[in-house]
Each structure stands twice: as structure tokens, then as C-alpha cells.
Design a protein around this ligand. Structure first.
Ligand code: NDP
Ligand code: MG
Length: 381
């Protein structure tokens, strides 16, 4: 029985993680849940999964829940609460919060020596060097949940990293894949939230529309697999059937395919290296799909993708700035405070103003994150 702590239990990846646990009650048990503000849903999750410890965002909500559940469950709150859940007694941590708030809980779980299902890619964009160093030091595995990275990990199974010539990440193109650059002027929040292939949280749906998500995934792949940026490519593939590919030295290319359903990579991360039944969905029928399409990315059209490659290559504190600027600008776009194209302008401006710091430690990263958010607020308002 694997004891699971889940951060972001009320979100898109969090609720799908609980779906996987429902499919295999003999294999998994929830010991800890962390949610944000959705107290109604976390209450239902407490009733169904009986965790030992639960975290919510505000102190008030924590008090309410503590009064309801008395001594049966320990209720904690805030950022400290998230970190406490990450350090709680368990065998596996699923980190499915959105944004750089996932960084410190990831580091805490590594110290706790539990394997981590890393959906929270912002952790790696912000401080991949700290996370990978610490994971190596404590012998902790970071198991990819992102469908592309799960695909790459599967394509690498049984092969040597030394023989890899390229990683190829596929990209659906997001909500505006058929728009020209000028069509993007004045697009609405509602349009941006309408992803053609995947149903996801709001922030990552906007990141998919700007292609910053793919840029983040390039950085995520760099840290997870230790491959230099010049050997990580992006390929537009609108059907989201090939989840990613690995090319080897002999020009042989291995791909991983499947219907778009995040529960498959979530389950694989939780059971790795084993595979379990997945009875919830039909098999992939390529004859029904008929044709798959591919295109190279246009770095002028998708400027965020170029910004992410540049920040990744520059390294140091640039990843933290890239992520924080993007988080702040996306939050402001979702709040109706800026236009869609201002997201990338703000990120570009934040990166160009930042004095890059080599080998930043955690405090330096957290300061860069905070200062960048403040800077972007002044840029936009
Ligand atoms: P959602 O926005 O759907 O979920 C975010 C979760 O974080 C919710 O449970 C939310 O709680 C919680 N949360 C928000 N603010 C706080 C806070 N201050 N303290 C504690 N918890 C908080 O995001 P997704 O599930 O879409 O994405 C999660 C991560 O997974 C992201 O890093 C994303 O990039 C990555 N990912 C997601 C994919 C997807 O298909 N969704 C695919 C690949 C990667 P509440 O709702 O209760 O406020
Ligand atoms: Mg992805």
C-alpha cells in the first residue's frame, strides 16, 4: 500500500490523481491533502479518503474544518501548511499546485526522502538546479507527470542517455494555434481559456495559449533528463496523440502515443516502474484518427517560447524571473487587468532588466521571485 500526500487536491491534476486512487484502492491510500480555497470540495475529499492531515489556504478555513473534525484530523494552513504536508509521513508526494509556491514543498519532500510526482513544473523552471542537486544528494526520484515528460521517460526506458541525440517535445499550439500574430490583439480571457484538446487549470491553459507552457516544458526536460537546450526541440502536433519523442544517435526515433488523458501519466508516475490497468478509457484507434499533423514552431509568432529558451540557456536566476514575471502577468490577464499580448511584453521586460545571478541559493531565488512580481505589477498598472 503506497501512502500518498497530495498537494493541490482540488485542482485539475489533484482531482485526477484522486480518480487514479479510486481505480486502485488496494494500491494507494491518501494520508495527507493540501487544497487552497475550495473548502467545499476538500470537505468531500476528507469524507471519502480520511486523511490524517489536511492543509487549506486561510487560517479561518483551517479553524472551521478543525472545529468540524475535532481531534480526528490535524488541520494546518497557508504556505507553512503546504510545506508541512510535504514533510508528513508518506511514501509518495504528488505536487500538483500551480506556480512557484510549489518549490519549497518540493525541497521539503526531498529532505523527507519520498519520491515525488512532479506536476508542478514551475518548481523546476524556478530553481531546477537546487531541486536536482538536492534530489541527487538524498536519492529521491522526481517522476514526471507532465504528459510530454512522461512520454520521454517512457521512450528512454531501457536505453542509455548517452546515446540520445535529441528530445522532441510535441505541442498542441493551445487555444490560439490557428491565429496569426495580429489576430492575438484583444483576444478575451474566455477565448484563451478554451483549449482544444486538454481540460486544465486556468493558469496552465493561458500558458498553453502563449506557448510559455512549452517553453517551461523545455526547461523542465533540461533538468529532468540532463540534456542541453540545443538538443531539445519543439514540434507542433495539433492532435496531441504523440506525447513526445526521443531521437537516438543512429537516427532511430521512439515516440509514445495515447489519447489525451492526464490520468495515464499520473498513474504511471505513481506506479513506476510498474504499469497497472487503466479501465476508465477506450484504447487509441489510429484508423479512426486517420492522420497526424506536424509543423515546426514559429519563434516570432510564439515569442514566449523564444524567451523561455533564452532564459533557460542563460541559467542562474533567469528561470526564477521568467516564471515569476509570467505568473504575475497571467494572474493580471485573468483578472482583466492587462491584454493577452502584454503577458509576453511584461516577461521580456522583466528578463531584460534583471541582473543575472550565478548559482542562486534559495533565499536569492525567493527574493528574485518577489521582486519580479512587484516589478511586473508596476509595468502593467
Ligand atoms: P489548478 O489551478 O487546477 O489547481 C491548482 C491547485 O492548487 C488547486 O488545488 C488549488 O486549490 C491549489 N492552490 C492554489 N492556490 C493555493 C495556495 N495559495 N495554497 C495552497 N494550494 C493552492 O492547476 P492544475 O491542476 O491545472 O495544474 C497544477 C500543476 O500541474 C501546474 O504546475 C501545471 O503546470 C501542472 N500541469 C497541469 C496539467 C493539467 O492537465 N492540468 C498538465 C501538466 C502539468 P483551490 O482550488 O482549492 O484554491
Ligand atoms: Mg504538458
Amino acid at each position: 500500500m503506497k501512502r500518498i500526500a497530495l498537494l493541490g487536491s482540488t485542482g485539475s491534476i489533484g482531482t485526477q490523481t484522486l480518480d487514479v486512487i479510486r481505480l486502485h484502492p488496494e494500491r494507494f491510500r491518501i494520508t495527507a491533502l493540501a487544497a487552497g480555497r475550495n473548502v467545499d470540495l476538500v470537505r468531500k475529499q476528507i469524507e471519502e479518503f480520511s486523511p490524517e492531515i489536511v492543509s487549506v489556504h486561510t487560517k479561518e478555513d483551517a479553524r472551521t474544518l478543525q472545529a468540524e473534525y475535532g481531534g480526528r484530523i490535524r488541520i494546518v494552513w497557508g504556505h507553512e501548511g503546504l510545506i508541512e504536508i510535504a514533510g508528513s509521513s508518506c511514501d509518495f508526494l504528488m505536487n500538483a499546485v500551480s506556480g512557484s509556491m510549489g518549490l519549497e514543498p518540493t525541497l521539503r519532500a526531498i529532505e523527507n526522502r519520498v519520491d515525488i510526482g512532479i506536476a508542478n513544473k514551475e518548481t523546476l523552471v524556478t530553481a531546477g538546479h537546487l531541486v536536482m542537486e538536492k534530489a541527487k544528494e538524498h536519492g529521491v526520484r522526481l517522476l514526471p507527470v507532465d504528459s510530454e515528460h512522461s512520454a520521454i521517460a517512457q521512450c528512454l526506458e531501457g536505453n542509455s542517455l548517452k546515446e540520445v541525440s535529441r528530445l522532441i517535445l510535441t505541442a498542441s499550439g493551445g487555444s490560439f494555434r490557428d491565429y496569426s500574430r495580429s489576430d492575438l490583439d484583444g483576444v478575451s480571457v474566455e477565448d484563451a481559456l478554451n483549449h482544444p484538446n486538454w481540460s486544465m487549470g486556468a493558469k496552465i491553459t493561458i500558458d498553453s495559449a502563449t506557448m510559455m507552457n512549452k517553453g517551461f516544458e523545455v526547461i523542465e526536460a533540461h533538468w529532468l533528463f540532463g540534456i542541453p537546450y540545443e538538443r531539445i526541440d519543439v514540434l507542433l502536433h495539433k492532435e496531441s496523440i504523440i506525447h513526445s519523442l526521443v531521437e537516438y544517435q543512429d537516427t532511430s526515433v521512439i515516440a509514445q502515443l495515447g489519447l489525451p488523458d492526464m490520468r495515464v501519466p499520473i498513474q504511471y508516475a505513481m506506479t513506476y516502474p510498474e504499469r497497472l490497468d487503466y479501465p476508465a478509457k477506450e484504447s487509441l484507434n489510429l484508423w479512426e484518427i486517420g492522420a497526424l499533423h506536424f509543423q515546426p514552431p514559429d519563434f516570432e509568432r510564439y515569442r514566449s517560447l523564444r524567451l523561455a529558451y533564452d532564459a533557460g540557456r542563460a541559467g542562474g536566476s533567469m528561470g526564477a524571473v521568467l516564471n515569476a514575471a509570467n505568473e504575475q502577468a497571467v494572474a493580471m490577464f485573468l483578472d482583466g487587468k492587462c491584454a493577452f499580448l502584454e503577458i509576453e511584453t511584461a516577461v521580456e521586460e522583466a528578463l531584460s532588466r534583471h541582473q543575472r545571478i550565478e548559482h542562486p541559493d534559495l533565499d536569492t531565488i525567493l527574493r528574485a521571485d518577489r521582486e519580479t512580481r512587484e516589478h511586473v505589477q508596476t509595468l502593467i498598472t
